[in-house]
Every structure is written in C-alpha cells, then in structure tokens.
Design a protein around this ligand. Structure first.
Ligand code: SF4
Length: 695
C-alpha cells in the first residue's frame, strides 16, 4: 500500500543577501525534507511572491554535493584533496592554530572573516563575539552596503524612508540603480500594482537595458558612474522651471542660494555630455518628476558600487527633496530600513567586550591583507589564521589575483565553515559542514521592508552539519572565551536580544510570524524633521561627519563635492583601457550562493560580457567569441554577447560565476579594485577601466 507523504506548511524567512528577506511558506514533507517554497501572502511586503531560485530551494538544501562532515586537507592547497575527520579533531586543531598564532604573532594575527551568506542575526554575527572576546583582528564589513549607507545618511541623517508598500499609491515609481526583476522581485510586485491600479508610470535609471528596464515605461540609460551628473541636470530643470517646492525647501532642508547657483551651472547639456542621456530626455524626466507629486524614488545599491558611489546616492536622493515629494503619500524615497529595527546586538556580537584599540581589517581589502600590504594591515602583524563563515572571498572579493595569492600562502591556516565546497573552501586547511536556514533557528529583518521574524528550524540537517552558533560555541570552549552568549542556545540568544531591543520575546514574535515595524507616516516621510541634529535634509553633505558607524575616513574623501555633483573619482577610460566594465548581479545567482544549483546553472550558462555592436564590430568580435578583458589588476576570459542595450564603451558582465566557469579559471574579480571607496570604505565593483580583445 502506498503511503501518502504528509505535507505541512511551515513559515520561515529567506536568509539570503537580498533586501527582500521574503516571508516564506515552506512545504515540509514528513518532517524531514522540503518541497515547494512559496512567498507568503500573510506577509504584506512579500505578498505571495518569491524569486525562482528560492521557490526551488529543495534542489539546494537537498543537493547531493552538500558538505556533510569535517575534513582536513591532505594534498597541496587548492588540490581538493581532503580526508574525513571528527568534529572534535577539527575544533581542537582550529583552537591550537589560533593559540599558536596568538602566541607567536599576537592575537591580532587571527582574523575571523564572515559576511552575508546568511542575514540571520545570530548565525551571521556570532563570530564577532569570539573575535571581540579574544581580541582578534576585528572585521570591518564594507563590501556591500557601506557606500550606499553613507550617501543616503548624508542627506536624511539615517537609513530609513517611505514605506515601500506605498509604491501602490504612487503615480511615478523611479527605480534607480537596482534591477529588482532579477535581484529583489518584490519591488516589482508593488510597482506593477500601482501601474495596473492607478496608471502609474515606472521609470528605470540604469547602465544597461536589464530585466527591470525592459519592463519600464521610461528608460534612462546612463554611462556607469554618472548618476550624479544626471541628477544635477534634473535638479537644474526643477529649479529653472519652477518645480522646486520652495516652502518645503525652506522648512525642511538646508537649501541655499549657493546650492541653486551651483545647480544653475549643471545644465542638461552639461549632464548629457557626462552621462550620455540626451538633454531632451533629461528635460522630459525632470518635467515628469516636477509635475508628479507622488513620485517614489526606489534607490538601489548598484550605482553606489563606484568610487563616487556615496555622492551618486546622495545626488539621486536630492531629486525628490527638491520637489518636496516626501510630503505626499506615495512620494519620497526609500533605500533600506536599517534604522528602524533598533536591535541591541550586544549579546550576539559581544559588543560589551570590544577593545577599541584592536585593529579593524577591511573585508574588501582581503587580498592586500593576506599578501602583507602594511597599509591594509594597519601596521599590525600578518594574518596567520582565519575562520571563515558565510562568504566565499576567493570568488567574490575584489583584486582576485592578490586574494588567490594570499590564500595560497603555506603559512596561513584557514578553516572554512560552509554548505558547499566553494572555491574558498577548496583553499582551506579544514572544511566544516554548515547548516542551511531551515536547519537552525535565527532572527531576521528585511532591509527592503519593515518586518522582523523568527525563522525556526524546520528539518534536521544532513550528516554532521553544524550551525554557525554551535561551531563558535565549540571553539569558545576550547579557547577559554567566557562571554555569556557562548553558554546560550540560539533560541535563548534570540529571546534575550528581542527583550533587550524592546521587541518582547521569542514566543511573541513567533506568534506574530512576521511583525511589521514600519514607523508611522509622519516619521517615514520625515514630516517632523530629518534625522540630522538640525532636523534638516542636507543638500550640502558633510562627508567627514556622516552620522553612521565607521572605521575612520578613507579614500579621497577630502575631494568629495559637498553639493550634489558629478565627482570624477571614477576610473576613467584611457587609450590602453577604452572600456568601462560593471559586474552587475545576475538573476539566478546571488553573489555565489546558488552557483551550485542545477536550475541556476542552466539559466545563467557560461560567463558572458555584453558589448555594444558598434564596439564589437570595431574590434572584429562576433557574438559568442571568446574574449579576454584586462587591466593592471589582471585578466579574465569569457564569451562576448553583442547587445545594443548599453552605451558605447560600456561592458556588462552579469555575475558572480565561479572562477572555474571562466575560460582559464580566472574570475571576473580579477578586474575589480580594492582601494577603499571614500569616505568610509567599500568596493567599487562596477567601476573598472579595461581593455578587451579576442581570446
Ligand atoms: S527575492 Fe530575495 S529574499 Fe526573496 S526569496 Fe529571492 S533571494 Fe530570498
């Protein structure tokens, strides 16, 4: 007799590095495996929609290539030769290596390294508790959001904005510097509803005709790194043609005659020369914004991954402020809600035991750090031992040639706690198997919305997989680290963190499933003032004193323009490097998560680079040709795709494919740079001058 499987629908939250942090309804089959994953209709931002890669999560969580037991390297670094060991052997060895490094080179020679492979607070941040307790080198996370946060905060005073669900009340939705059809699908749910229900227009501003721009009513195609110029051209028209809301500007902003005089010189023609958008299009867009009070600016990360990224975000944010769009329901701007959660992370991250004299090493500069660059090491000892969780720097970090050189060091001990044999795990001395989100408990928030939630363990992990928290606990016991967080379960930490943060406890949040923390209308629209000390929106940015946590001023911050402008700090083309390359995110990979799932591999295929047909013809390159891109940092070889949806001189390589998928095995980040982006660090992944030739 056939026994029908028992399917229960359980709730969870997507933990991946994506602002949507979707509320999920998960089919749990016989309590042991996962079936279909759907977007929950009960979570008002997710509204029943998730991306295809998570809808098919069963192929990832039940993938036959999951790591399931600890292993020790038995061959040369990178050879892939490993032998099974026990967890006790693995943890003992890590502790011994960490202690040896500390004894010989000081505690700062140990550098625990992590990032956003899970956005769950406990599993992501617990490693910091060990770092701080042991006075290991601190981790300065810059690779994703630092530049964007600075740019937004310079204007508003904090990272928060209009309820993104308000897009359905908008008449114009400007999607700027983000490709949500591929990377955060829920933006489109609300934007397209506004179009359907009230005839709203969707405008997309980006550097190529990506999947979002294809769906837009208005397409603004820029050269990379010129968003600030475009924004200034628009603001010039807004002031010139009487669309500036002067009463609003006087009450809510620091707008001044100097600002207007500055923008008076930033004509549409001036902007057009820089950004490539015809002046008539700049005029038309400005008039549309100027005549549409309910204009919602959904600003993304993409245009901030540039050496002038902070100024670009700030300039874009200034546009709806000139018109006073913030005053209207469905108007204003949103980028991220980081300021609304108010989580007290003391317990999770061990903030109570931080020694501020311990150096902070910049995540984005890992290549230089591991190869002994004194500046990147901040004058301290070499890094001799690492534990890596939730990230894959051999593939994702900039300046890949140096990253690979660093990980190849025989005197560097590396333990990687991972779900799959990533290219970083391949270089490790020890590889430890990690749980996925449905296999452990954690606490989640949505950067792109307003909900918090507990994601409880739904099924057992395969083999001997352990959660990040358990591994950190095991190491803490061996290393003599005594913070109270090491003696608690993940659930106890969640409960205590919620209580300390004024959010009740774990039982209450689990009962709510997803809790909506969106501030009220007046707060979200800054109608009682912006978050700077003077209560004003700042058109004049004070880059040296933006009110956000940082590790000190970096990059060419002294030369940043105070008023919105085109800051020329980007890598400009020259005779030897006539193209500008951006490494925009692909739809089916999420950084390198999902590199291993068959459906993502099938959809993405081999790595390609898009090139304008005229440029391709001049180089004698045909569609499908193997081409090599290069600059002083390195070279990579991939397949040309002739595409007329970008400006001449621009190349787009949707990413991130494994290095090994590139012809010759060198990945796209061979070309990206790691010098710190001003003013507080970050990586300029879309800001690369390169040459190109047939391979
Ligand atoms: S859209 Fe983003 S948050 Fe939602 S399921 Fe996909 S990866 Fe996860």
């Amino acid at each position: 007799m056939n026994v029908q499987p028992q399917i229960a629908i359980k709730h969870s939250t997507c933990p991946h590095d994506c602002p949507s942090a979707c509320g999920l309804d998960v089919e749990v089959i016989d309590g042991t495996s996962i079936g279909r994953v759907r977007g929950s209709k009960r979570q008002s931002y997710t509204a029943g929609v998730v991306c295809a890669k998570v809808a098919r999560y069963a192929e990832r969580i039940h993938h036959p290539e999951r790591l399931t037991y600890p292993m020790r390297r038995t061959g040369p670094k990178g050879s892939g030769q490993f032998a099974r060991i026990t967890w006790d052997e693995a943890l003992d060895e890590i502790a011994a290596k960490f202690n040896a490094a500390e004894r010989d080179f000081g505690a700062e020679s140990v550098w625990p390294y992590f990032y956003a492979g899970t956005m769950g607070l406990v599993m992501r941040g617990g490693i910091d508790r060990l770092t701080h307790e042991k006075k290991y080198s601190r981790f300065y996370g810059t690779i994703c959001s630092t530049v964007a946060y600075v740019g937004f905060t310079a204007g508003t005073g904090k990272v928060a904005g209009v309820d993104p669900r308000e897009m359905v009340k908008s008449d114009l939705i400007v999607i700027w510097g983000t490709n949500p059809v591929s990377t955060q699908v829920n933006v489109m749910t609300h934007a397209t509803r506004a179009r359907k229900e009230r005839g709203a227009k969707i405008a997309a501003i980006d550097i190529y005709d990506n999947d979002t721009m294809k769906q837009a009513d208005i397409k603004i195609l820029l050269r990379p790194g010129t968003d600030g110029a475009f924004a200034c051209g628009v603001m010039h028209v807004l002031f010139r043609d009487g669309f500036a809301d002067r009463a609003y500007l006087a009450a809510y902003t620091d707008a001044s005659p100097e600002l207007e005089a500055h923008l008076a010189t930033r004509t549409p023609e001036w902007a057009s020369d820089i950004c490539g958008v015809p002046a008539a299009e700049i005029e038309a867009f400005a008039h549309l914004v100027g005549t549409t009070p309910r204009s919602f600016f959904r600003l993304g990360y993409g245009f901030t991954r540039s050496r002038n990224g902070a100024t670009q975000m700030h300039a874009a944010l200034c546009v709806p402020t000139v018109t006073g769009a913030w005053q209207h329901e469905g108007g204003g701007a949103f980028f991220n809600n980081a300021a609304i959660w108010k989580f007290d992370k003391t317990l999770i991250e061990g903030l109570d035991v931080i020694d501020p004299t311990v150096r902070r090493l910049d995540q984005s500069r890992i290549g230089r750090i591991l190869t002994g660059d004194a500046d990147a090491l901040r004058g301290g000892p070499p890094v001799k031992a690492m534990l890596i969780q939730n990230t894959n720097p051999v593939t994702v970090a900039p300046e890949q040639a140096l990253v690979r050189q660093g990980f190849a060091r025989e005197d560097l001990f590396v333990a990687v706690h991972e779900q799959f044999m990533t290219e970083t795990a391949m270089m490790a001395d020890l590889v430890l198997p990690a749980t996925m989100f449905m296999e452990h408990d954690d606490l989640y928030y949505g950067g792109g919305h307003q909900h918090i939630s507990v994601g409880a363990k739904l099924i057992d992990a395969p083999g001997e997989c352990r959660a990040n928290h358990d591994v950190i606990q095991g190491l803490a016991a061996r290393l003599g680290a005594t913070h109270r967080g090491f003696a608690m379960t993940a659930r106890e930490i969640i409960d205590a963190t919620l209580a300390a943060s004024g959010h009740g406890g774990i039982d209450g949040l689990e009962a709510d499933i997803w809790r909506d923390l969106q501030p009220d209308f007046r707060a979200s629209h800054y109608l009682d003032g912006f978050a700077h000390a003077d209560g004003k929106f700042h058109f004049k940015a004070d880059w040296a004193n933006v009110p956000m946590a940082n590790a000190g001023l970096m990059g060419r911050w002294e030369t940043m323009p105070s008023f919105p402008d085109h800051w020329t700090a980007i890598e400009t083309v020259d005779d030897a490097h006539p193209f500008r390359l951006a490494t925009s995110p692909s739809r089916s990979f999420l950084n390198t998560s999902f590199n291993e799932t068959p459906s993502s591999q099938a959809r993405e295929g081999a790595p390609t680079v898009m090139i304008h047909p005229v440029d391709a013809a001049q180089l004698g390159i045909a569609d499908g040709d193997a081409v090599t891109l290069g600059n002083p940092r390195g070279e990579t070889t991939l397949t040309a795709r002739i595409f007329d949806g970008l400006r001449r001189g621009v190349l787009i390589a949707e990413s991130i494919h494994p290095n090994k998928s590139h012809i010759g095995g060198r990945g796209i980040n061979m070309l990206t740079g790691s010098e710190a982006v001003a003013p507080y660090g970050g990586a300029a992944f879309h800001d690369n001058k390169v040459w190109m030739r047939k391979a």
